[in-house]
Design a protein around this ligand. Sequence first.
Ligand code: AHR
Length: 493
Amino acid sequence: MIAMTLRANAPIGPINRNIYGHFSEHLGRCIYEGIWVGHDSPIPHTDGIRNDVLAALRKLQVPVLRWPGGCFADEYHWRDGIGPYESRPRMINTHWGGVVENNHFGTHEFLRLCELIGAEPYICGNVGSGTVQEMQQWVEYMTFDGESPMADLRRANGRDEPWKVKYFGVGNENWGCGGNMRPEYYADEYRRYQTYVRNYGNNRIFKIACGPNDRDYNWTEVLMREAGKMMDGLSLHYYTLPTGIWQDKGDATGFGEAEWFETLRRTLVMEELIVKHSAIMDKYDPERRVALIIDEWGTWYNVEPGTNPGFLYQQNTMRDALVAGVNLNLFHRYCERVRMTNIAQMVNVLQAVILTEGEKMLLTPTYHVFEMYKVHQDAESLPVDLGDGPVYASGDAQIPQLHASASRAADGAIHLSVCNLHPTGEADVACRIEGASGTGASGTLLRGGALDAHNTFEAPETVAPVRFEGVTFADGVVRFTLPPASVAVIKLA
Ligand code: AHR
């Protein structure tokens, strides 16, 4: 029997709903096909955005959506994506697959998508190849209420009211595809660009600076020291590659247990990154005013055989479900500093929650984890102590077998989320609840069977949540048996 303690009397802090954010880039079939099918498509749509995807995203309660990139953002010139479709320039998406970008999905279409799914827009501006004036005018175009050249242009394009745009990123990966800058140089550029990202009317912008890539602690140090006072958020990017090698990352399906283990071990590195980057931020910002925004995270595998290598299309298995569960558990645990994250990416790219093929759509195991876990949005994070819980070992390495988090919702219900990382061992758990009473417990379970269990367009329900049988709550202890390679969310009332 594995003993666990959930301390309902020692809340950590609020779990910002934006931890459940998503990322959509002009990359492969994420925007075009995955979201945007256009006004003349036979696929049922609302204003050019496919209805099946809209319905799935609404169910997920997507709180915030990042766009237009990624690396694409630092090559994107927003004025190409406004006005009549026939006059929008066709260009080459040089970074992603060399395909034609017709700019039919632009500012109006993105902000319409956000309205339709109820998400806050998070727009990433172009520092790498754009100008300060271009960035200033984009903000003016979207948010200025009065008479001005950009607000008038917006009206001429059919939108009278300004939009509310809260989250604005000043560049993306400026240490790499966003201009190969040194941190000192980018810090100065950030200071300059953000000066002109203005608050018009009552729109208040939350400015996000480009942060480090995984273990680049020097980037965080320099940015916080030189520009910390001028930002509201600092981003962090970390991807899970099973092999850790970019040239051969490992496959999305058909992998063995060694890759299963490595993928989860590398996912757990996220904790070290949060702790160490936060410690640097604490030095310059002890009040924790500046949020750590993990605006790209998830698995990155070799692309599916026969697909465009620049499209980053990959299947999604029960292993991805566990990667999602572990990351979300960590974000709950460190919710004081981590106040937004954006999984990469929403549809058809990397660790997608939705895959599409023509008119068909399926929900991935990662989608189901986000759906099961959404009860944690805006809830109070509660610590879960696993003590010297069981380990899962492979060769000389070991990781915890179980990974958990918990929260209390506004209505008082407590939710406990637990992942069993072991591919063959089940886990008998007794979780003592400190500081709360009750007798009602019910749960939802996601499990696969095969290590690479996944959904296909022919069998889209292979991995789908079911009722978690056998959960009991008596004498302050919740008991349950977690099957191998599974994710569960248990509600205590
Ligand atoms: O998500 C794919 C790419 O990964 C993004 O465009 C970039 O920011 C990162 O390197």
